[in-house]
Ligand binder design. Structure first.
Ligand SMILES: *Cc1c(COP(=O)(O)O)cnc(C)c1O
Length: 334
């Protein structure tokens, strides 16, 4: 596998830090907890999509695009990082944002990620729930092309084999950090949604024969669907990298017990995770992804699945700016 042969633009502050969480570890009285700070990738408050965009935006530039399109939920971190990357590279950005929650609070609709989308100069169209958002986006891209523009379409979450290369790179970066700091890691845990993060990570881990189990905590789809999405994307990513067959179906593990009421609706356990990470480690989780991932981690420690004597790395995928879009669910007033 040779990651360097793929076009890439530098957008992220790398490597992101790998830090211990001693106060949270002591509180939960279970495994030793570490955190990989992909909330610190830097671009417009950071997050995991920035690593994917290093490869996706390079492809857009290579194809001569003058406008990038992508889609996501109203408070999409991916849409915001795409808008920021486009601004930095001098491309236009057009976003389709889907109402997946029915939330009507003004902060949800205009603050958080939406505020930053506007600041980066993106143009935005809104859509109701239950549409085929990818088809909607392709139809809009066709209109731009008919007007003589050169659109580049980025799938939701930046999750295709090109975007997943960003998380192959993260796997290599983590393995290097584990080796240089002598950290023997038993599990890596993170929130999984559109599957690119987990697919890229498992591809990199398996290609390096790291033997470190990876657990994705789901935020939307049921377990069979989530694992199938991750596996299919991992297979395609391995093909692209020239290492077909290194990921087995059994390497792909998702736990979807922590979705709660649905995508983008914080559960009580997610709100507790936000509270504990903020008060014990001064780390800000986001209400849609990392808080549900952390809620899963905390519950799996409390129920004895993860044990004392083990070492766990929680990959923080970012998104805390979304907290300001979710003030209506936080216990501090409007
Ligand atoms: C998109 C996102 C995820 C999920 O990553 P996928 O690659 O879509 O599975 C996790 N956390 C945050 C904060 C995100 O924005």
């Amino acid at each position: 596998m040779n990651l360097a042969k793929f076009p890439r633009v530098s957008l992220a502050h790398l490597p992101t830090p790998l830090e211990p969480m001693p106060r949270l570890s002591a509180l939960l009285d279970g495994p030793e907890l570490w955190i990989k700070r992909d909330d610190c990738t830097g671009l417009s408050t950071g997050g995991n999509k920035t690593r994917k965009l290093e490869f996706l935006m390079a492809e857009a530039l290579e194809q001569g695009a003058d406008i990038v399109l992508t889609q996501g939920a109203t408070q999409s971190n991916h849409a915001r990082q795409t808008a920021a990357a486009a601004a930095k590279l001098g491309l236009d950005c057009h976003l389709l944002l889907e109402d997946r929650t029915g939330y009507n609070h003004k902060n949800y609709r205009f603050n958080g990620n939406v505020l930053l989308d506007h600041l980066h100069g993106a143009t935005i169209e809104y859509r109701g729930p239950d549409l085929d958002m990818h088809a909607e986006m392709v139809a809009v891209a066709d209109k731009f092309a008919a007007d003589g523009r050169k659109p580049y379409v980025i799938p939701g979450g930046g999750s295709n084999p090109t975007g997943a290369l960003g998380y192959v790179n993260c796997a290599l970066e983590m393995i290097n950090q584990f080796v240089t700091t002598g950290l023997d890691v038993d599990h890596i845990v993170h929130a999984t949604g559109s599957a690119g993060t987990q697919a890229g990570l498992i591809t990199g881990l398996c290609a390096m024969n790291a033997n470190t189990p990876l657990l994705g905590i789901g935020v939307r789809a049921p377990k069979p669907k989530q694992e199938e999405n991750v596996y299919n994307l991992a297979v395609a990513t391995c093909e692209k990298l020239g290492c077909p067959g290194v990921v087995d179906r059994a390497d792909v593990v998702a736990n979807t017990d922590y979705v709660g009421e649905g995508y983008g609706i914080p559960s009580p356990a997610a709100l507790e995770a936000i509270d504990l990470f903020a008060r014990y480690e001064a780390i800000l989780l986001d209400p849609v992804y990392s808080a549900k991932g952390a809620a899963g981690l905390i519950d799996l420690i409390r129920n004895g699945h993860f044990k004392k004597g083990e070492r766990i790395v929680f990959l923080h995928t970012g998104g805390a700016i979304g907290l300001t879009g979710y003030t209506h669910v936080l216990p501090f007033g409007e």
